[in-house]
Design a protein around this ligand. Structure first.
Ligand SMILES: *Cc1c(COP(=O)(O)O)cnc(C)c1O
Length: 384
């Protein structure tokens, strides 16, 4: 667009990919109180504030037990180890995920078996998982990527038939649900990350495993506390490690949790607005029937993705790519890779994450959607 000489363009708002500051502002007072409680208690790792958050998170997810750990990757590793999964075992993981899904498997001593995803949802399905199941397969990790929810009924049925444990990587799906049940509560264990940028984020690293299995929860807690049985200080009954949630993070999470549903509603509304506003050159991911996503990312698919990103950056719009290189193409994971995972590989070149956070304004959404359509159309004209 050429502007007449002297005409100033209407100032378009700069749009960041996310905005943690506004979320912090929402809970300012609760955070001040939390900080006072932590300093007064002098229990900085574990203790009452951690127990309180664990109870709150258990209630939110609808599970009997929650074990706070140091981060989401540890949650995956410790859940697998507590299930007795390790050397010699294979764990099926989607190649279209953050690297930590596979990292947790390798940290547990097991072997990741990467599988492809559905072209519509970009999530693993029972049909992409089934061919990877062999005599050594012990578990499948399902990932609620972007906050979307895989077709859990099919996957749970397949797991029952084949005797696999279903572990959920719910690190991007705080508050998402499948037929009314919270993601994380559907398999034997649900793994969460509270990294600051997640939909429920601490002021540092944090994570949790949710489960209905009391014995499993106990083993996870022991593994993350130097192998100590509950209440023991001098006995190390398991070959453990250190992976615990600290009180400050727990207090921050307790302060933020009451706003999670409201923030998720705002994220859903923003995604709905994007879907309404974006033209046909911008494809979105499909939502399975029965899934109730609490969107963490709004991922669209466009041709010439990197040029589109540049075009948006020139208009002050930050974007992300989740993820540009599929897990099975990352150097340390190539030895676990099957020949081709065509859907994941094709998607990696097209996916683009648009700004998404609870305080995104209608004006910002309009600006992003309009700019995206403009950029996509311009690039299309250049090609055609
Ligand atoms: C963030 C994330 C993790 C790992 O969480 P950390 O707390 O960073 O270790 C695992 N899986 C997925 C899908 C994630 O997005």
């Amino acid at each position: 667009m050429r502007l007449a000489h002297g005409a100033a363009p209407a100032v378009a708002p700069a749009v960041p990919l996310t905005d943690l500051t506004a979320m912090t502002r929402d809970v300012r007072e609760a955070l001040d109180l939390a900080w006072e409680e932590v300093t007064a208690s002098s229990a900085f790792v574990g203790g009452e504030l951690v127990e309180r958050f664990e109870e709150q998170w258990a209630r939110y997810c609808g599970t009997a037990h929650v074990v706070g750990v140091a981060n989401g990757t540890d949650a995956i590793e410790l859940a697998l180890r507590a299930l007795g999964i390790g050397a010699g075992d294979e764990v099926v993981v989607p190649a279209n995920s953050f690297i930590a899904t596979a990292e947790g498997v390798v940290a547990a001593g097991a072997t990741p078996r990467f599988v492809d995803v559905d072209p519509g949802t970009l999530l693993a399905t029972a049909s992409t998982i089934r061919p990877a199941i062999g005599p050594r397969t012990a578990a499948v990790i399902v990932v609620g990527l972007y906050g979307n929810v895989p077709v859990m009924d099919d996957i749970l049925r397949l797991a029952r038939e084949t005797g696999l444990a279903v572990v959920e990587d719910a690190a991007q799906a705080h508050g998402s649900a499948w037929l009314g049940r919270k993601v994380g509560s559907l398999g034997v264990a649900g793994c969460f990350s509270f990294y600051p940028g997640k939909s429920l984020g601490a002021f540092g690293d944090g994570g949790a495993v949710v489960t209905d299995d009391a014995a499993l929860a106990k083993r996870i807690r022991s593994l993350g506390n130097h192998g100590r049985p509950a209440g023991a200080s001098h006995v190390h009954a398991l070959l453990g490690r250190n992976s615990r949630l600290d009180a400050l993070q727990a207090a921050v999470l307790s302060a933020k949790l009451p706003l999670l549903d409201e923030w998720n509603r705002a994220r859903r509304a923003a995604v709905a607005a994007y879907r309404r506003l974006c033209g046909p050159g911008v494809r979105t991911v499909r939502v399975p029937h029965g899934a109730e996503p609490a969107w963490h990312q709004h991922v669209v698919r466009v041709e010439a993705r990197d040029l589109v990103r540049e075009g948006l950056a020139r208009r002050g719009i930050a974007t992300g790519v989740h993820y540009a290189v599929p897990c099975h193409h990352q150097e340390p994971y190539r030895r676990f890779a099957p020949d081709r995972l065509p859907v994941t590989e094709a998607a990696a070149a097209e996916i683009l994450s648009l700004p998404l956070f609870p305080h995104l304004t209608q004006r910002q959404i309009d600006h992003v959607a309009r700019s995206l359509d403009d950029v996509v159309r311009e690039l299309g004209r250049r090609d055609g």
